[in-house]
Design a binder for this molecule. Structure first.
Ligand code: 4UU
Length: 530
């Protein structure tokens, strides 16, 4: 058994991402704004975006990039992100998008694992980018600084070369387009192999449910380097000839100024922004009446919080669910359905088939004709499911089964209408403000402290109901380590979203006979206390 999307299948054209988005451009769309820099208001039209994409593709090919080779893209949301991202894909390259918050070490790991030949960055991030590139042996002339920096080519330099876009030919069904990194259900970040078809499919699957039109102005503060921003913002907006208003990082006042000043109509957020929109007094000082929809994803949205935002702003609020490994969307509350509970993630999108499997028995749960099912692990199958993890057949085999189902590591229920609600997470992954925090990485780091004998990290809820990483630490005998020292030790070595924010000292980390950390025991003892 399984349950299918209630929507009819959509056709997925066998095209590259570039041909899908820009193969046929209505001449009337050429002058429409594709990207608007939120702070300066500078506009990139569709015509100019397409010219830049082709210019970047030509310059990369002229510099030796071959089809299938990898390029690192390390930038916050700026309009040029779109030109570079699609330029890489247009040349047949594979974009490995890198979190703008990463340390030099994190960047170096991703560049090494993905075997990147070039790196694009921006001048404020150059110190860590340069350090990482040097560690992995990417020469300075291949480190391109979008806004320019001494000794490096800039985007302007690349475009000035005027190299023609290459004639490339590849099979969109198998050719990789992007390699975002995700820790998946276990372990450290892995390269998620997404093909051109995966990305094209996901836009086709979500498009009928999102209600994005050419007259929409989408606020793009969620990072394009993360799969949510990449597909649901960047690609879906460009496909619909809408405008993206970019913000490089979240700041409430800046956000309110830009949404009201630019008259944004569609705002994409993760749940922490919903808290500010529902509660912060400053929100009343701005005219946000242009906003017709707010879309939340990447972490659970509280129903009351969602309703409070809808009432305060007088707009729709919707929620979607996804995972990097699914390009990413599998479920979304449709824009034209006001009757679906906001703490659900809606029905499966078109072309998806799902199962709920009891992790204790391995048996599929029953899907009742009325009411809600028992919880089970959500398994999903469809044209948006990744090809696998780069160079890691073992992790691929653990996540993707022989029937093509991706095991999400999330626990969900489904009702008789096919509406899915995520109720728990069984995998290791922690989400801090929607960003991934792989506990295995923090555990390995903690073990390098001379006064720490053993450690385990899980996600717990803080006083505001947000998930934060908590370390359970076993001290070496005679050690005088306290909570502040552990927090500081980690904070000095990781990017800000990965900081340990709570610490508890314990005598023994609970482990299975095989030596695996029993996170569920730690979670149960945590739950028992609240
Ligand atoms: C409870 O975060 C993402 C993708 C986010 C996304 C996708 C489609 C947002 C809106 C949308 O329409 O990807 P990753 O790979 O960083 O993290 C995936 C994990 C999931 O497995 C789940 O544990 O993030 C969690 N997650 C959610 N949890 C993602 N969305 C939700 C959600 N509710 N709505």
């Amino acid at each position: 058994m399984s349950f299918k999307s209630p929507f009819p299948d959509v056709e997925i054209p066998n095209l590259s991402v570039y041909d899908f988005l820009f193969g046929q451009v209505d001449p009337a769309d050429g002058d429409r704004p594709a990207l608007i820099d939120g702070a300066s208001g500078a506009v990139t039209t569709y015509q100019s975006l397409i010219a830049q994409i082709n210019g970047v593709a030509g310059a990369l090919t002229a510099r030796g990039l071959a089809v299938g080779e990898v390029v690192g893209l390390h930038s916050p949301n700026v309009p040029a992100f779109a030109s570079v991202f699609h330029g890489i894909l247009r040349a047949g390259g594979v974009a490995t998008t890198i979190n703008a918050l990463y340390t030099a070490e994190d960047i170096a790991k991703q560049l090494t694992d993905s075997k990147a030949k070039f790196l694009f960055t921006v001048s404020p991030l150059l110190p860590q980018a340069k350090d990482a590139a040097a560690r992995v042996g990417i020469p300075v002339e291949n480190v391109i600084v979008l806004d320019g920096a001494d000794g490096h080519p800039s985007l302007k330099d690349l475009l000035a070369e005027g190299a023609p876009a290459p004639e490339v030919s590849f099979d969109p069904a198998t050719q990789l387009a992007v390699l975002p990194y995700s820790s998946g259900t276990t372990g450290r970040p892995k390269g998620v192999m997404l093909t051109h078809r995966n990305l094209v499919a996901n836009v086709c699957q979500i498009n009928p449910r999102m209600g994005i039109g050419a007259d929409d102005k989408l606020l793009a503060v969620l990072p394009f380097f993360h799969i949510y921003g990449m597909t649901v913002l960047l690609n879906a907006a460009l496909y619909n000839r809408a405008s993206l208003v970019t913000m490089p990082k979240f700041d409430l006042v800046e956000f309110l100024k830009i949404v009201s000043g630019q008259k944004c109509t569609y705002v994409f957020i993760a749940p922490p922004v919903a808290v500010a929109l529902a509660k912060h007094p400053l929100v009343d000082d701005y005219d946000l009446s242009s906003v017709h929809s707010i879309f939340s994803g990447a972490a659970p949205l509280d129903q009351e919080l969602g309703k409070a935002v809808a009432n305060r702003l007088g707009c729709r609020v919707r929620q979607g669910y996804g995972m990097s490994e699914m390009s990413p969307v599998s479920h979304a509350i449709p824009f034209d359905r006001d009757d679906i509970a906001l703490d659900s993630v809606g029905p499966s999108i078109a072309n998806m088939e799902c199962k709920l499997v009891d992790p204790a028995t391995g048996e599929e749960v029953a899907y009742p004709a009325e009411g809600v099912s028992e919880p089970g692990e959500l398994w999903c199958k469809g044209p948006n499911i990744m090809a696998g993890y780069l160079g890691n057949d073992e992790a691929t085999a653990e996540t993707l089964d022989a029937d093509g189902y991706l095991h999400t590591g999330d626990i969900a229920t489904v009702d008789s209408e096919g509406v899915v609600t995520i109720v728990d997470r069984m995998k290791e992954l922690i989400k801090y403000k929607g960003y991934q925090v792989p506990p295995a990485e923090l555990e390995a780091l903690l073990l390098t402290h001379p006064q720490i004998a053993d450690a385990a990290v899980i996600g717990v809820l803080d006083d505001e109901g947000e998930e934060v990483p908590k370390a359970f630490v076993v001290r070496q005998q005679g050690a005088d380590l306290d909570e502040a020292a552990v927090i500081a030790f980690v904070a000095e070595r990781v990017s800000p979203h990965k900081k340990v924010r709570k610490v508890e000292f314990i005598d023994l980390v609970p482990k299975s006979a095989a030596g695996k950390i029993l996170r569920k025991d730690l979670r149960a003892s945590e739950a028992g206390r609240s």
